[in-house]
Ligand binder design. Structure first.
Ligand code: PLP
Length: 389
């Protein structure tokens, strides 16, 4: 027996373990109450009352013989798919229930989706990037072609000259917090159409995009031609605090090239047993008008937090991007120091962030601050940053 050789090729990323270790040491010395956690990109607000009520009712159904649910449809219950179709309808996107699949979140879907493609294939991945794209492709033995994000392109890389099979786009972006305009997204879709590529579009932060801003898109399907060449992967983790409950979706139009919708239907039928009824009820509740009112209240809070942090960096003349339509702010570490040196300095002051090194080569010398924090922590952190930077 041989194990997957890809494991040997993984770039061992100890960053998040190292962040936790250094933070723990600091806490052991100085106590927990002095730490403002702007590091991990996890939400701090709980599930909405709409979701909690729906979960209570669904749990009771599961405990009664007449309403108990066993295995469901692989692609999701009809009611959950109808909620997703409506959600996209509100964005002006016309989908059919056959175009959408309910998932248990974006990360597992990002791993699963690679089974659709021949191996090895050539994959364009932005750098810096959410590390999951890199690791899943290394495990699949694919050839990775990095596309540079840097200050010159404001960390919004444009389509390459060379042809690739698959492109990853994360918009709004983790870690840089930047958002492509519709015009820039159109350039990517045009690239995919003319190179026979497929775009895997991670929209985990789509709900942070201002719905009324005509310049920006909250779905790749607001871009002409996208249904033919794009797969959108959605998540409720950041939109609705589902990071612990789990819930998301994937859109693969029935009109996409290469019959990928049909192939995905086959794939989930032998690789999954669907998503729990409870998660799907919660998904449907949170996408309802009432559910979204609550979600937008939390999102607004995270965006207000980001604005405060960004304002300080800008006032201090520190290069930064993101923080508008995104919970992440990406900054250049002052005085040519490394991300780790900056991490240690901030930790001394009582703030935890994330060194850019963890997101790839081009993250060196940069740093990510997350606005997923309580307002009290944001005020304390902003006072510290203002006085010390
Ligand atoms: N995609 C991006 C860009 C993320 O930042 C994250 C989580 O941080 C995920 C996907 C994971 O989402 P989920 O919790 O739905 O698996």
């Amino acid at each position: 027996m041989k194990t997957n050789k890809g494991f040997d090729n993984l770039q061992h990323n100890y960053l998040f373990a190292e962040v936790a270790k250094r933070t723990q040491l600091h806490i052991a010395k100085y106590g927990d109450d002095k730490i403002c956690r702007l590091g991990i990109g996890d939400v701090v607000q709980p599930l909405s009352p709409t979701v909690v009520l729906a979960l209570e009712q669904a749990s009771r159904q599961m405990g009664e013989v007449d309403t108990f649910k066993g295995y469901g449809e692989y692609s999701g219950y009809d009611f959950a798919k109808a909620s997703l179709v409506d959600y996209y309808g509100c964005k002006g996107i016309d989908l059919d229930k056959g175009d959408v699949f309910v998932t248990d979140g974006a990360k597992s879907t990002l791993g699963l989706i690679l089974d659709l493609f021949d191996k090895p294939c050539t994959v364009a991945i932005p750098n810096p990037v959410y590390p999951v794209y890199v690791d899943t492709n290394i495990l699949n033995g694919n050839n990775i072609f990095y596309i540079d994000g840097n200050i010159q392109n404001n960390f919004l890389p444009q389509p390459p000259k060379t042809k690739v099979d698959i492109v990853y786009l994360c918009n709004p972006n983790n870690p840089t917090g930047n958002v492509y305009t519709r015009t820039q997204l159109q350039a990517w879709v045009d690239y995919a159409l003319s190179n026979n590529s497929i775009i895997l579009y991670d929209s985990a932060y789509e709900a942070f995009v201002a719905p009324k801003d005509e310049c920006y898109a909250s779905s790749i399907f607001q871009i002409n031609g996208a249904k033919l060449c794009c797969i959108e992967i959605g998540s409720l983790s950041k939109t609705a605090s589902f990071s612990g409950l789990r819930g998301g979706w994937i859109v693969i139009s029935t009109t996409i090239r290469h019959n990928l919708n049909l192939l995905f239907n086959k794939l989930i039928s032998f690789k999954t047993n669907g998503v729990s009824y409870l998660s799907q009820v919660a998904l449907s509740a949170t996408l309802s008008t009432q559910g979204m009112v609550h979600n937008y209240k939390n999102i607004k809070q995270y965006l207000d937090n980001a604005k405060i942090l960004k304002g300080i960096l800008t006032e201090k003349n520190i290069y930064n991007c993101g923080g508008v339509m995104s919970p992440y702010i990406w900054l250049q570490v002052p005085h040519n120091k490394s991300g780790w040196e900056f991490f240690d300095r901030l930790l001394k002051w009582g703030i935890v962030g994330t060194p850019g090194e963890g997101f790839g080569e081009n993250g060196k010398g940069f740093f990510r601050l997350s606005s997923f924090a309580n307002i009290d922590d944001i005020y304390i952190a902003s006072q510290i940053l203002y006085s010390n930077l």
